[in-house]
Design a protein around this ligand. Structure first.
Ligand SMILES: Nc1ncnc2c1ncn2[C@@H]1O[C@H](COP(=O)(O)OP(=O)(O)OP(=O)(O)O)[C@@H](O)[C@H]1O
Ligand SMILES: [Mg+2]
Length: 482
């Protein structure tokens, strides 16, 4: 068995990894850490949830000299991801004393400037805000030894290329550049050629782009039925935590509103929601104060939230990469997960393209019948009853129960209790604006498909959703949006 100590790491880092419960390196870690430690440039690809953060984090942390300034830089496409990467690097780096600071748009810049004065060693940033700091001279990149582009392909999709170029041009001298993602569209090649020196390709071989421990299904659902089917599934499957992906910000808002009307605890996250609120939603979701998070693709990449048992694609994703990343929010670090994609009848061709590019098959699952829903709700009640018994929360009620049993038999009493506790069909009206189905557009003389690999030319994605929200750089710097 390979262990982390086989890589010639410092005792502090080995200890930190063991404190985190990482007993052995994952395949991408086993391949990437030795190459990273040699100082080589690298392109790393491995499936979602397989530990890419630690794969680049360890060689990065090992290079840090505690007496120097900012020496490492991780760029990420979204603000939440920058925060999460910083958290993970801080956990691994703490025994050694390495400090990582997240720097992202939407957060008070003076607060960031104050934090920068405490001399972090590594910055995990979204490109737009980092450029703000470079311009203000509150961050200097002159000592940078290593740059990591996490979710590099997504940063390209979002049009961050110029920002990245600008940032890298600020870094003089020798630098090691790493580029990581679960998906590597061909376009990455040009990025690599431009910014990297003879990069090693590290790819964890897998037949499918998605991990095996995620069960994948699709349901053929008419637009108008989607909301009721979602509610039924939530009742039947009672996910520990669920992420529901919708196509647009408006869609997310409407689904959240509908879910709340029907009594679910749900909140939304998308690019127009103020950063403080976005942070709060993520926090509440992690703490399981809410158990459903409805999101646009802003939450599709990199987020690692334990307990996410179900992903529902309320709207089918625009492209195969998005599908891979969305469903990859479940089934992480070897856990099981379930992903269900709603497909309207006219989107079946689009579904086939996703299946063929990702080389994974989604089994068709029938929409739940009325009987399934009733049975599901009853089962949920029974689970709740058994949980009370297990936790011994019923002691105070024993006396009442005994006195009730003097006049009524136990089966009758229990049946009445189950009836009372079981959720009936909730038909509270919910209004959703219909979205157009995604159609496969076949270019002349082409059977379609391939072009979906290359989103930069596809252009069908709702870009408006990303403005500001995904830290896109805006012209108006003073708004501090990027
Ligand atoms: N060696 C290890 N042993 C056990 N758990 C690990 C190990 N390495 C990482 N993990 C855990 O696995 C989870 C997923 O890791 P990470 O977020 O780095 O995945 P990823 O490959 O970057 O996924 P994505 O493509 O979705 O960004 C995290 O909770 C992390 O703490
Ligand atoms: Mg990641």
């Amino acid at each position: 068995m390979t262990t982390f100590s086989d890589f010639g790491l410092s005792n502090e880092i080995v200890k930190a990894l063991s404190n985190m419960g990482f007993e052995e390196p994952t395949p991408i870690q086993a391949q990437a850490i030795p190459i990273g430690m040699k100082g080589k440039d690298m392109i790393g690809q491995a499936q979602t949830g397989t530990g890419k953060t630690t794969a680049f984090g360890v060689p990065l942390l090992e290079q840090i000299d505690l007496n120097e300034g900012i020496q490492g830089l991780v760029l990420a496409p979204t603000r939440e991801l920058a925060v999460q990467v910083a958290e993970e690097l801080n956990r691994i780096g703490q025994v050694k004393g390495v400090r990582t600071l997240p720097v992202y748009g939407g957060q008070d810049i003076t607060r960031q400037i104050r934090a920068l004065k405490k001399h972090p060693h590594i910055i995990a940033a979204t490109p737009g805000r980092l450029i703000d700091h470079i311009e203000r001279k509150t961050i200097r990149l002159s000592n940078i030894k290593m740059v990591v582009l996490d979710e590099a392909d997504e940063m390209l999709n979002m049009g961050f290329i110029e920002d990245i170029e600008r940032i890298l041009s600020e870094i003089k001298g020798e630098r090691q550049t790493l580029l990581f993602s679960a998906t590597m569209p061909k376009r990455i090649q040009s990025l690599a050629e431009k910014f990297m020196q003879e990069p090693e390709m590290v790819k964890v071989k897998a037949k499918e782009m998605t991990v095996k421990n995620i069960e994948q299904y699709y349901m053929e659902v008419h637009e108008k039925q989607k909301f009721d089917v979602l509610c039924n599934l939530l009742d039947i499957q009672s996910p520990e935590l669920a992420i529901v992906f919708g196509r647009t910000k408006k869609r997310v808002d409407e689904v959240v509103e509908g879910l709340i009307k029907r009594g679910y605890s749900a909140e939304g996250i998308h690019g127009d929601i103020p950063q403080a609120k976005r942070d709060q939603v993520i926090r509440r979701f992690k703490e399981q104060t809410i158990d459903i998070m409805v999101a646009t693709d802003v939450a599709a990449r990199g987020l690692d939230i334990s307990g996410v048992s179900h992903v529902y694609n309320f709207d089918i994703p625009q492209d195969p990469e998005s599908y891979v990343h969305r469903i990859g929010r479940t089934g992480r670090a070897g856990n099981k997960g379930l992903a269900i994609t709603f497909v309207s009848p006219r989107e079946i061709d689009h579904l086939k393209i996703i299946e063929s590019v990702t080389k994974s098959k989604m089994a068709k699952k029938p929409v739940p019948s009325f009987k399934d829903v009733v049975a599901g709700n009853q089962q949920a009640t029974i689970n709740k009853l058994m949980e009370v018994i297990e936790k011994e929360e019923h002691a105070d009620f024993k006396r009442v129960a005994e006195s009730l049993l003097e006049d009524t038999d136990s089966v009758t009493l229990l049946a009445a209790a189950i009836k009372l506790l079981t959720k009936g069909p909730d038909v509270t009206p919910v209004k959703l604006t219909a979205v157009e189905p995604i159609r496969v557009r076949k270019p002349k003389g082409d059977r379609g498909g391939r072009r979906f690999n290359d989103r930069s030319r596809g252009g069908s994605r709702d870009r408006r959703d990303f403005k500001g929200g995904r830290d896109r750089r805006t012209k108006n710097r003073s708004s501090n949006k990027g």
